[in-house]
Design a protein around this ligand. Sequence first.
Ligand code: MN
Ligand code: MN
Length: 313
Amino acid sequence: MPNQPVSGNDLARFAGAGTFMRLPSASSAEGLDVGFVGIPMDHGASWRSGTRFGPQQLRNESAMIRPYGIQTGAAPFDALQCADLGDVAINTFNLRDSIRIITEYYDDLLKYPVIPMTLGGDHTITLPILRSIAKKHGPVGLVHVDAHADVSDEMFGERETHGTVFRRAYEEGLLDPKRVWQIGLRGTGYTAEDFDEPRDWGFNHVLAQELWHKSTAPLAAEIKQKMGEGPMYISYDIDSLDPSIAPGTGTPEIGGLTTPQALELIRGLRGLNIVGADLVEVSPPYDPLGNTALTGANIMYEMLSVLPGVPYR
Ligand code: MN
Ligand code: MN
């Protein structure tokens, strides 16, 4: 039997080592199918800070998650060897150096056949991760759930921030643009045409308002059909959810997705060739009740549950 989360019936949920889902820690990805990695970083964020505390709080709230998905039948720990690899030792005084450190970390990690599941951290972290992912898998498809497209060219002259990630990823050839979906976009732009250019690159855009009052299951089915069998990555920005549900984030926008819409979307991606995923932009200082981190931790579990090789009961 692979690693199991420590049961709440063997050790109280508020006790223990504080790893994601109370899994064993590991210092290397050797032998792992899935490695949870924290990137405690917020110096790529442009408005509220605090995501440096995201990984720790996501781990704390994950202590309540039990191994089996009652609604879906997912049994990820019956088949996949999972562990918590701890945090990347970023340079908290230097964003560019942190980006370099993250790329080197994932380059090393991906020497093993492991699927990295990353706990952010502001959204900047996805760029260095995708650089490593693309070295291994070539350009990947992407399901990017976010209030924002994160396709600005520069912010204060900086080209690598949480608002420029997917423009850089496109320019660097890390993505297969026709297999990119950006879902949940809304709010206000720097210009009225902010989204036109990424559509010209081939990105598929689904505005939040197209999903209001609707199931996201048909969208997931369409993505699944068009994504095909090639490698793909999921980047889940918690601000895709409505701020009434997930207030603890750096750049909230009203009129967002609901929790059932998030679950339907992720559950509908089961069967795709997912090679990695991240959950970003949880900012605990703005999350006094802990619900944002709780929601984020559960979304991470749902993403784990749709990875290749997860059995269903
Ligand atoms: Mn984002
Ligand atoms: Mn966002």
